[in-house]
Design a protein around this ligand. Structure first.
Ligand code: IPE
Ligand code: IPE
Ligand code: MG
Length: 241
């Protein structure tokens, strides 16, 4: 695949851990654990392919509605993930960014996420965005508040609020828009993921449950993306002359 056909920003809604656990007659926490295993190869490959940004949906603002046991298992897994992976990610020049409200997380998780961001902030390889306690509407409302505050303080006039000023107030400030969004497990919805950034994204909804998602599935998705005709409202063919 040539580099031009590669997406700059891939976003993945890693869905299906619960159904995978059910299929294997395991507790749901083990489904999430299997999901983390699937993740490693996808991150490494994105890095090797020189993809600019990979964004992963790990925990939504709505996921607090799940049982206390499941939320606790997810939080524990998060902590373990950062402890076990941070060295390798850093060695591979990966820059970690957390999308979402870190303040709403338990203190140990918040500290681990902040430490990972701080440690990797000078890295120049893959931008790895992990969405935790993230909601797309919440992100947009937060940006609106930030802009209102700037307008009030006189730092910005309302006329100066354009796409650049707005996207600079999103968690993904400075990163490219999403080119390819993949949601596994056959569900066909965004569940609020990167609402603003997905305005012109190409969508793929493979049936595979996230823990079963392999490099082969990833390559297939990248090939399907390369075959898409992205028009951005224009026309890529003409029969006018
Ligand atoms: C996605 O898997 C992971 C999280 C939401 C944390 P699910 O847990 O939503 O899996 P299903 O949808 O129940 O199969
Ligand atoms: C979206 O999946 C959030 C993550 C994958 C982290 P959900 O499984 O929570 O979404 P819904 O509830 O099916 O829309
Ligand atoms: Mg789900």
């Amino acid at each position: 695949m040539n580099d031009k056909a590669l997406p700059r920003h891939v976003a993945i809604i890693m869905d299906g851990n619960g159904r995978w656990a059910k299929q294997h007659m395991l507790k749901v926490a083990l489904g999430h654990r299997a999901g983390v295993e699937a993740l490693r190869a996808i991150i490494r490959e994105s890095s090797d392919l020189n993809i600019d940004t990979l964004s992963l949906f790990a925990f939504s603002t709505e996921n607090w509605r799940r049982s206390e046991t499941e939320v606790a298992a997810l939080m524990q897994l998060l902590l373990e993930y950062f402890m076990s992976e941070i060295d390798e990610l850093d060695e591979n020049n990966v820059r970690i960014r957390i999308l979402g409200e870190k303040d709403g997380l338990p203190a140990p998780q918040r500290r681990a996420l902040e430490a990972a961001e701080e440690r990797t902030k000078g890295n120049t390889g893959l931008n790895l965005c992990i969405a935790i306690n993230y909601g797309g509407r919440q992100e947009i409302i937060r940006a609106a508040r930030m802009l209102a505050q700037k307008a009030l303080s006189g730092e910005l006039s309302p006329e100066q609020i354009d796409e650049k000023a707005f996207s600079d107030c999103l968690y993904t400030a400075g990163l490219p828009d999403v080119d390819l969004l993949i949601r596994t497990s056959g569900e066909m919805r965004l569940s609020g993921f990167l609402l603003y950034q997905c305005a012109y994204a190409e969508f793929l909804f493979p049936e595979t449950l996230w823990p079963d998602f392999t490099l082969e599935d990833y390559h297939r998705a990248l090939e399907a993306y390369a075959a898409r005709d992205r028009r951005f409202g224009g026309r890529t063919w003409s029969n006018e002359s």
